[in-house]
Design a protein. Structure first.
Lengths: 320, 277
């Protein structure tokens, strides 16, 4: 460790917090001596931790508290109402119905993962124009959500792109894609698949490409078929990212907001859990109820994540 | 690597790739064509037919001026730059503290960051709203800026992972030369983090450009509209004018397309790093 020149700089740092001197080298030496002044790491962490606490932990705590009150978001008075808000979410069919809407997105997510896995596998082998295909399939993921909403409003509107395409093959527009409550969630979930499939695809492709090529060569020598290679080399190699994507897809389909909100505002039975939460808070000024909904959603997401951690042992999470 | 499939398989493979590409591109091409059609032509032509002339730019002018998109681009740019600078400074500082120091209380701090990744921001907005409000940030650009800076744990991980590959002997050599921790961070570590900073700037930049929920909820004031919210408002005044809405949509997508074409490699690797955090 240095001594002479270092003392000047260190005391400069120290005086800013009105501490005259700081032991230069910890008396015991060893690891401590590398650390310099003990408060230094906290100076670096002050702002990040303050932001983290203010915008993640305080909201969670407040939300739990509000959820047991009838607060309207403005009134200084909050009356405790016990579990009434929770009872309403699970008892009132109008609130419970939104969970059924997320089943459409869940089904969409399953389709999305299968498609992503298929295209990632296909493109991991020699393919002409590979990068062009990769770019085209991936690009929708980067587009602004409002732009996507408008693109698909135009796509699905009566006499729009989809109806024109169907007319090309001689089919009359069978339904109003966004007007018919029995179809609307299928249309919206399909839009969501269009938007997010590219991300899963690129993640899977990256994972497949990190599998060493010798494995395939060895398998070929042993006479493996394409299916064998997929089943015994590719699938085990990407198990982790597929598992992670599946879990994210489940919590994602519960917290769908942008696509249906932008395209329909939640009309015609397309309201999702988050749309309903936003409306409860900001349209009906029922912050207590909205908070309870937030708590329920958070609890579901935490349970799903816990299940994932439980069943997909994650070797890489240790960052310390 | 040798091809895996027989001739039938190869035909099917390319067929599926062409279909997927068409599905990805067609909705965008169609809206692009609509953007170039004058009102009269739009009303009479079929959605799948290209415009008579690609030189008519009236819809873009209308979208840009009357649709308030200029203001949207200005607001988005301001928020983008400030939040990105903040995220990089805060994220690299946090990563430096967590990677290069052993101190009492480190474990709880790491746990604090780890657990926070489990809380989806969308679930807590109702309560976050009250905090933004009580800080006096409602209806200011500051609301979006602090939220973009304060809730980005993925960036911290990307910096942290990258920092682990920077040898500690560099820090120690600088310490021998009398550098203090702050100057080691500023003069040695920070410049070496450039690749990670580029990744975070690109990935986070795209996310901020696309963000709808936060500006919509916290900055409803007309003059504060960003790209997303100003385009969202097109649905009202231009309700029936699809050609103008189409032009606005194209204007929003073009910068993304340009960014993608120039930065493909960084975007792919950045997303992979962020996901496997």
């Amino acid at each position: 460790m240095g001594d002479g020149p270092r003392s000047g700089r260190l005391s400069m740092v120290a005086t800013t917090t009105a501490r005259p001197t700081v032991p230069l080298v910890a008396p015991s030496g060893g690891a401590r001596s590398h650390q310099g002044w003990r408060a230094t790491p906290w100076l670096f962490l002050l702002v990040p931790v303050a932001l983290l606490v203010t915008f993640t932990y305080v909201p969670v705590a407040n939300m739990v508290w509000y959820s047991f009150t009838d607060w309207d978001g403005l009134d200084p008075v909050m009356n405790p109402v016990g579990l009434a808000n929770y009872a309403r979410i699970f008892g009132d069919p109008a609130y419970f119905q939104v969970f059924l809407v997320s089943l459409y997105y869940l089904a969409g997510a399953a389709v999305q993962l299968v498609l992503a896995l298929y295209f990632a596998t296909v493109l991991s082998f020699n393919t002409r124009f590979r990068n062009v295909f990769k770019g085209l399939i991936f690009f929708p993921y980067l587009i602004n959500g409002v732009a996507i909403g408008l693109v698909f409003l135009y796509f699905f509107r009566p006499g729009g792109t989809l109806d024109a395409l169907l007319a090309l093959v001689g089919v009359d527009a069978p339904v109003q894609w966004l007007g018919d409550p029995s179809v609307i969630n299928v249309s919206l979930a399909a839009t969501s698949v269009w938007r997010f499939m590219g991300l899963n695809f690129v993640l899977f492709l990256g994972a497949i490409q990190s599998i060493p090529t010798e494995l395939y060569e060895a398998a070929e020598l042993d006479g493996a078929t394409s299916w064998h290679k997929f089943r015994y080399i590719i699938l085990p190699g990407i198990k982790k990212i597929v598992g992670l994507s599946a879990i994210l897809a489940v919590s994602g389909s519960l917290s769908v907001f942008e696509i249906p909100y932008i395209m329909t505002g939640g009309a015609n039975g397309s309201a999702t859990f988050v749309i309903q939460t936003v409306q409860a808070a900001f349209t009906h000024h029922n912050f207590g109820l909205a908070s309870a909904m937030g708590v329920v959603l958070l609890a579901i997401v935490l349970v799903i994540t816990w299940i994932q951690r439980r069943f997909v042992p994650d070797e890489k999470v240790d960052l310390t | 690597m040798r091809a895996l499939l027989g001739p039938v398989g190869i035909v099917l493979k390319y067929a599926s790739l062409f279909v997927a590409s068409a599905v990805a591109v067609l909705p965008l091409v169609v809206i692009g064509m609509a953007a170039f059609k004058p009102t009269q032509e739009f009303a009479t032509s079929a959605p799948l037919s290209p415009p008579e002339s690609w030189a008519y730019l009236g819809n873009f002018v209308t979208a840009f001026t009357r649709g308030g998109m200029l203001q949207g681009f200005v607001n988005t740019s301001i928020i983008l730059v400030v939040s990105l600078v903040g995220t990089v400074i805060i994220g690299t500082m946090a990563a430096y503290a967590l990677d290069r120091f052993d101190f009492r209380g480190k474990k709880p701090v790491v746990a604090l960051f780890l657990i926070a990744t489990l809380v989806p921001a969308v679930t807590t907005q109702v309560a976050t709203f009250q905090i933004i409000n009580s800080l006096g940030l409602f209806n200011t650009r500051g609301a979006a800026i602090v939220l973009f800076m304060g809730t980005d744990i993925v960036s911290i991980y990307i910096f942290w992972q990258f920092m682990q590959s920077i040898p500690r002997s560099l820090d120690e050599a600088a310490m021998l030369d009398g550098a203090n921790r702050l100057s080691i961070f500023a003069r040695i570590i920070f410049p070496l983090l450039k690749p990670a900073i580029a990744t975070v700037v690109i990935i986070k930049g795209i996310a901020i450009y696309n963000e709808f929920y936060i500006p919509f909820l916290y900055m409803p004031k007309q003059e504060l509209a960003v790209i997303s919210t100003s385009l969202f408002r097109f649905q009202g005044p231009f309700g029936a004018q699809w050609e103008v809405i189409a032009a606005g949509t194209v204007l929003v997508i073009v910068p993304t397309l340009a960014a993608f074409l120039f930065l493909q490699r960084f975007i792919y690797s950045g997303l992979t790093q962020g996901a496997t955090k």
